[in-house]
Design a protein around this ligand. Structure first.
Ligand SMILES: [Zn+2]
Length: 255
């Protein structure tokens, strides 16, 4: 029972951090100060959100996803970010000793959550978040594998972009493809994070998982919404997290 209690506390701490990550996700891309205004307000009616309307996860459920003042819907992104952060925190705590490494690893994954949701919404991310992710990886991971994976992704980007812009563009006579790049600029540092944390085998396994996971929304985006760009950072982050927690190793399956 004591064990269960500790996990609940860790989960709640995760939810609270998730609440803060929501502020980062919504304010960083717009350049709004994190401390001014100090509280949140409804984007529709500017109703100031009081503390009891701001309890992670619970308030969203109690308010049934609507602003208490104007009844306009509150974005479901808020509870999703909180729940994701709560679960990630519990799983990391379950896997690692409580030490500086755990705190830095949690900080790294919190950063990846912010990057993922910003990437989903804007299909572009602030560079400084990518730099922080790589620096945290260098502090807790293997710097050689970080560099190997970043180099590998630069090469991959070069080859795929060449294929898309010259061969595929000519074959399909699609002018738009001539300026299309294969990967987003954010994918290269995230690949470095994967290599640094997981090493070569698990790292490649994580990227494989990410590609599989990204396939479904990529096809959906292409067929239904006619979009050619799928944000890849969320899937790379998810692949990394699954491989880290489960130890999924593609090479152990093949050999
Ligand atoms: Zn409102």
């Amino acid at each position: 029972m004591v064990h269960m209690g500790i996990y609940l506390i860790v989960f709640f701490i995760g939810l609270v951090f998730g609440s803060f990550l929501n502020v980062l996700i919504h304010r960083l891309p717009l350049g709004i100060s994190l401390f001014n205004p100090i509280g949140s307000e409804c984007p529709h009616c500017q109703h100031k959100i009081s503390w009891y309307e701001n309890i992670p996860l619970l308030s969203y459920l109690f308010l049934k996803g609507k602003c208490s003042s104007c009844s306009k819907p509150i974005s479901a992104v808020y509870p999703v970010v909180e729940l994701t952060t709560g679960i990630v925190t519990v799983l990391l705590y379950n896997q690692q000793l409580f030490d500086l490494d755990l705190i830095l690893t949690a900080a790294l994954f919190y950063n990846l959550i912010v990057l993922s949701f910003i990437d989903f919404k804007y299909k572009a991310v602030p560079d400084y978040l990518l730099i922080i992710a790589v620096l945290l990886t260098l502090a807790i991971g293997d710097w050689k594998n970080t560099l190997i994976f970043m180099g590998g992704f630069v090469l991959l980007e070069l080859i795929l972009t060449f294929y898309i812009q010259t061969i595929k563009a000519k074959m399909t006579k699609n002018k738009e493809l001539e300026s299309q790049r294969a990967l987003g600029e954010g994918d290269i540092p995230i690949a470095g994070v994967i290599g640094g944390l997981l090493g070569i085998q698990l790292g490649i396994s994580a990227i494989f998982l990410a590609a599989i996971l990204a396939l479904i929304p990529a096809i959906y985006g292409l067929v239904i919404k006619k979009e050619i760009e799928t944000p890849f950072i969320p899937f790379l982050s998810l692949g990394l997290f699954i491989a880290l927690i489960t130890g999924f190793n593609l090479f152990a399956l093949v050999v």
